[in-house]
Design a protein around this ligand. Structure first.
Ligand SMILES: Cc1cc2nc3c(=O)[nH]c(=O)nc-3n(C[C@H](O)[C@H](O)[C@H](O)COP(=O)(O)O)c2cc1C
Length: 341
């Protein structure tokens, strides 16, 4: 109830003001007034025991300011970032828009973040009590031919703190970032990261799985090629998908023509298509995390049926709050039981 009132009030504020305020509240002890019991629906993936398969997607807590507050809402895992080597301000405001009629968001944040050293300090200070993914990217000023250095720099800084690391090469809001999805660039990037991952494992005795987050906008041949390149590079899993630049078929409303990545309901079917294509290509055992357009428990089930092992939410969490996490888990538990009888 308290959360519902809070969410209604937040929705009256401009989107980014509401977001920044939510992070402040979730980072404060006040959050424990609305905290929920951890939902038990265990899944083992990437060698990690997830308490439940519903995670918070990257981009909500970019700097790891509110990890424990967020986890107290019932998420099975939290992905922080995208973080870059140096702090950067991102694109000029306004850059975050609610499309309520479409149950969607358009954002062109542009990797605004406080830099990897700040994130590391936050995690060391607050000691996360949940499964933690750390999503890494490159600075805007780093040219693509030096991008590998940014990813390696961030990976080395965060690997010891993360349960898994996500390599984000699919945001539409950093110019030419998606060029890194092209075969030659992708293979070079992933080969270098794999080498560092193994070197660090030898040094520290800790293996940190790497997953790659891909876009929903390429054709199916390109998606297949990317999936195979990722698997053959020895990478541990794939996150499908980031936001889309495709904005056809939106219901008419105020911000529908803003530049940026579209998330939420209109992304669901496209993102599920990508999951199906990737699953077919990589086989039944390769880890896939499905994200994009989950606004209801049924939407989440459709991702599992498309081939995802875990799901993440962002836009659905903004519109529905933490009740969505409970609804999805109940649905998935019910589905598991049906299939076992
Ligand atoms: C405001 C906003 C910021 C985002 N920032 C990031 C980011 O920094 N890194 C990233 O990998 N994805 C980012 N995303 C994408 C989400 O993690 C997710 O892939 C996408 O929104 C689709 O899921 P959804 O439909 O549940 O929102 C962002 C999404 C939104 C709405």
């Amino acid at each position: 109830m308290l959360e519902l009132i809070g969410r209604k009030l937040l929705q009256k504020l401009p989107a980014e003001v509401a977001h920044d305020l939510s992070i402040k509240i979730l980072a404060s002890p006040a959050v424990f007034i609305v905290s929920s019991k951890q939902i038990s629906n265990p899944v083992k993936l990437l060698g990690i025991n997830f308490p439940n398969p519903v995670g918070l997607a990257a981009g909500f807590d970019k700097n790891a300011d509110a990890v424990n507050g967020l986890s107290s809402l019932g998420f099975g895992f939290i992905e922080v970032g995208t973080i870059t080597p140096k702090p950067q301000v991102g694109n000029p405001k306004p850059r975050l828009f609610r499309l309520k009629e479409n149950q969607a968001i358009i954002n062109r944040m542009g990797f605004n973040n406080n830099g990897v050293d700040y994130l590391v300090a936050q995690i060391e200070k607050n000691k996360p009590n949940c499964i933690l993914g750390i999503n890494i990217g490159k600075n805007k000023i780093t040219p693509n031919d030096l991008a590998v250095d940014d990813y390696i720099y961030c990976f080395k800084k965060v690997a010891h703190l993360a349960d898994y690391v996500t390599v984000n090469i699919s945001s539409p809001n950093t110019v030419d970032l998606r060029q890194l999805q092209k075969s030659k660039n992708l293979i070079q990037l992933l080969k270098s990261l794999k080498k560092v991952q193994i070197e660090l494992q030898k040094k520290t005795n800790k293996y940190t799985p790497i997953v790659v987050k891909i876009a929903p906008d390429q054709d199916s041949e390109t998606t297949k090629e990317m999936a195979i390149n990722i698997k053959n590079s020895g990478i541990d899993g794939i996150i499908c998908t980031n936001t889309t630049i495709e904005k056809n078929n939106l219901k008419k409303e105020k911000h529908q023509n803003e530049t940026g990545g579209l998330s939420g309901k209109p992304l669901l079917s496209r993102s599920n298509e990508i999951i199906k294509t990737v699953r077919k290509e990589v086989g039944p055992d390769f880890p896939i995390i499905g994200v994009g357009g989950i606004l209801t428990d049924e939407d989440a089930l459709s991702k599992i049926q498309a081939g995802a092992n875990l799901v993440q939410v962002y836009t659905g969490f903004i519109y529905q709050g933490s009740q969505l996490i409970k609804d999805i888990n109940n649905k998935l538990i019910g589905h598991k039981e049906e299939n076992n009888t």
